[in-house]
Design a protein around this ligand. Structure first.
Ligand code: AMP
Length: 213
């Protein structure tokens, strides 16, 4: 799944993962897990994440390949937040086995909407459910509707970091759209519609792809 930060990749990938029965692998979530456990890897990536920069490719690739080599990925997986650079996409392609196929689903969302979404984004510490202070608040401020966990703002959702993450997206990740377009596997999705509508568009593209039949 491709798209700028805050385009809904995580929300949609979680839903698709349930419906398709494929694991949802978010490199951002994996890094945040290392950060919260303060592992050596977490310590290596902390400064990059907090400043909105990308983690160096070799670190991301090692962690990603270790994860997708697990048996639950044997029939495929939903990658969310990966690849984010051309070298990452090339490394992924090299690592594929014969018969493996990539579908690049790109959620299109304007910078203006991204700024609104991310500056209000709150996540539950316990279950990961995502809310938005302005667009989709929880019933009780600061408390998760689903599990009563505490809601928090990600460090990298602070406005100055959001702007940097968007710059990084335009410079380093957006070129991937051309990369996958040239390979004929890019599908654009209107990401500013309702979550239900975005999910429908995603399903349409997955079902229309004869290579995945
Ligand atoms: P995300 O949750 O996908 O927005 O990722 C949060 C942060 O994790 C990013 O701003 C990067 O610092 C780091 N990160 C996640 N995935 C990647 C990736 N594929 N390549 C480089 N850095 C990444």
């Amino acid at each position: 799944m491709l798209g700028p930060p805050g385009s809904g990749k995580g929300t949609q990938a979680a839903q698709l993962s349930k419906e398709l029965g494929l694991p949802h692998i978010s490199t951002g979530d994996l890094f945040r897990e290392h950060l919260s456990k303060n592992t050596p890897l977490g310590q290596r990536v902390k400064a990059f994440m907090e400043s909105g920069q990308l983690v160096p490719d070799e670190i991301v690739l090692e962690m990603l390949f270790e994860r997708i080599s697990k048996p639950d990925c044997a029939s495929g997986c939903l990658l969310d937040g990966f690849p984010r650079t051309i070298p990452q996409a090339e490394a992924l392609e090299k690592a594929l086995s014969q018969g493996d196929k990539i579908l690049a689903l790109n959620l299109e969302v304007s910078d203006e909407t991204i700024l609104k979404r991310l500056s209000g984004r709150l996540s539950c510490k316990k279950c990961g459910q995502v809310y938005n202070r302005f667009l989709a608040p929880s019933q009780k401020e600061g408390v998760c509707d689903r599990c009563q966990g505490t809601l928090y703002q990600r460090d990298d959702d602070r406005p100055e970091v959001v702007r940097e993450r968007l710059n990084v997206y335009h410079k380093q990740t957006k070129p991937l759209l051309d990369y996958y377009r040239r390979k004929g596997v890019l599908r654009n999705i209107k990401g500013e519609e309702t979550p239900e509508n975005v999910l429908q568009q995603l399903w349409r593209e997955i079902e229309a792809d004869e290579r995945l039949a």
